[in-house]
Design a protein around this ligand. Structure first.
Ligand SMILES: [Zn+2]
Length: 93
């Protein structure tokens, strides 16, 4: 078995394969966004494609703490969108 990279979800704190998680990135300018490519430069955080994990992360202010900045509600909306896209593509397969 190949040694695939793993990351911890900021919602459930479970360690999962990096490719199964959605990456959130903070760039040099301090802007936070959903990293759809998983390769954007900057500090990253990872979350499952699961709304429950997102809700946990919101409640515990995990992203705020992780990135040491205020998180706009828009980011959470974008994350939700990204999660539903990911889940839809799973159903197709
Ligand atoms: Zn999770």
């Amino acid at each position: 078995m190949k040694n695939l990279p793993k990351r911890t979800c900021i919602g459930c704190n479970e360690v999962k394969l990096k490719k199964e998680l959605i990456r959130i990135v903070k760039n040099k300018n301090g802007e936070i966004s959903v990293d759809k490519t998983g390769k954007a430069e900057g500090r990253g955080a990872y979350i499952c494609d699961n709304v429950q994990c997102l809700e946990k992360a919101i409640k515990t202010k995990k992203l705020e703490r992780n990135f040491e900045t205020k998180i706009e509600i828009e980011l959470y909306e974008n994350l939700k969108k990204e999660m539903s896209i990911k889940n839809q593509s799973k159903e197709v397969q």
